[in-house]
Design a protein. Structure first.
Length: 433
């Protein structure tokens, strides 16, 4: 029997529910998905329990209708400015000459002893590498011979109150929580390549109310957090600068790329019709036609003003990201550059602004890795939702969950840690709270 995975990405702008089945080959296929506006959620944090419950329930109901089934549990994302991370090491003596699961368990328990304030809880304990008798860079230590085992782990924690509020929302609609996952870590599962993580990459999940920051070096996560700025800040700036309502400014922002392409296309066509002896390059028109957006009293806007507003705010957000990473002692100028995903990744010229701000290459991260009904969740806005399913697929493997027909030897290890986690069996289930 195929296993069912339910993923609920709880964002500041929307809540997205995805239901997938895992076949006997270990492949996740989407059979239902639905999104609903996020109410009671601001800057990644729950501010109104009843409103949030309604948004989550509405998204889930839509996905269940499409899938034709009712689910009983789900993986959910968590975000917010109070997400913090630490890197810590755990060292143990090998009980026998050959390293076993118990040795790995003890090393991870040691790493978990990093000082976490009483009001916080660990949501992720991610092994970056194992070191056996000074030999570093080991991903799977089980079965190796040595006398000393060390683990270098990445630990992500969140406020206890934020976790409890999230649990209350999910449990109030009758669901059991399979796992709580930092949205940046979830998005990384669906948009980053192995090469990028190996070379060193900065992933920015640019959402409506937050930007999740995740860095990787040598195929290991090095830093993760979130800043409380996002697409809603851009919308407010556009509303003020273009003298529009917030709803109208959101329309302009969402359709901007399409409007600009249409303007350029029309400008090029007109240039071709009026071609004369001059060999000048076609100039981009400064007037953008927004008549089709049905904004009362506004038919056109200035392209220059629009771009200036976007660039100013996005640069400000990027400056905050850089300052945040620098303060943590990590590096943001990584060889593989910047990967930007999330709903606000579609803002025009965002990769150009990123290249200018960070001084490294930049690209838009589009989610990949799932089969089935993915057309509705194929844009960067759904990177965390798709990634949550991929994370869950790997989690089902390492938890040794009997519902997953692939077991610990499932053919597809979608989680970046899936290969060795499968060998660890149920160890992590016992470590994490």
């Amino acid at each position: 029997m195929a296993n069912v995975i339910t993923a609920i990405d709880i964002g500041s702008h929307k809540v997205c529910a995805v239901i997938a089945i895992v076949d006997e080959e270990g492949v996740a296929k989407v059979i239902g998905e639905s999104s609903y506006p996020a109410y009671g959620i601001k800057k990644g944090e729950i501010t109104g329990i009843d409103e949030a419950i309604n948004s989550i329930a509405s998204a889930l109901t839509g996905a269940e209708r499409m899938a034709g089934l009712t689910v009983s549990s789900a993986y959910v994302t968590i975000n917010g400015k109070q997400i913090i991370s630490n890197n810590n090491k755990g060292v143990v003596a090998i009980s026998d000459s050959e390293i076993g699961e118990d040795d790995v368990f003890r090393a991870l328990e040691q790493a978990k002893t990093v000082a976490i304030p009483p009001a916080r809880e660990i949501i992720h304990l991610i092994p970056r590498q194992f070191i056996v008798d000074q030999q570093s860079g080991i991903k799977v230590p089980i079965g190796m011979t040595g006398t000393r085992l060390e683990v270098d782990a990445h630990i992500i924690s969140a406020p206890t109150t934020a976790i409890h509020n999230l649990q209350k929302c999910i449990q109030s609609i009758g669901l059991r929580i399979d796992g709580i996952v930092f949205s940046g870590w979830a998005a990384a599962q669906s948009v980053l390549t192995t090469t990028e993580k190996e070379l060193g990459v900065l992933l920015l999940d640019f959402g409506g109310g937050t930007v999740s920051i995740t860095t990787f070096v040598e195929d290991a996560i090095t830093y993760s957090t979130s800043v409380p700025f996002g697409g809603s800040n851009i919308t407010r700036d556009l509303a003020a600068g273009l003298r529009l309502s917030l709803d109208d400014a959101e329309k302009v922002k969402v359709r901007a790329d399409e409007i600009i392409k249409t303007a350029d296309s029309n400008g090029s066509a007109k240039k071709g019709e009026e071609e004369d002896e001059k060999d000048d390059k076609p100039k981009k028109t400064d007037i953008l036609d927004v008549a089709e957006l049905d904004i009362e009293g506004v038919k056109t806007i200035s392209r220059k003003l629009f771009n200036d507003i976007i660039e100013a705010r996005v640069e400000e957000v990027f400056d905050l990201v850089k300052a945040n990473i620098e303060q943590s002692g990590n590096e943001y100028r990584l060889p593989a550059g910047i990967v930007i995903t999330g709903g606000s990744a579609m803002v025009p010229e965002i990769t150009s602004i990123a290249k200018k701000s960070f001084g490294v290459p930049a690209r838009i991260g589009t989610p990949k890795g799932l089969d089935g009904l993915v057309d509705g969740i194929s844009s960067p806005a759904y990177a965390a939702a798709q990634g949550l399913v991929l994370y869950a697929l790997g989690d089902e493997v390492y938890r040794g969950d009997s519902r997953y027909t692939g077991g610990s030897s499932g053919k597809k290890k979608s989680s970046s840690q899936g290969g060795f986690i499968g060998k660890l069996g149920g160890i992590f289930k016992n470590i994490l709270p």
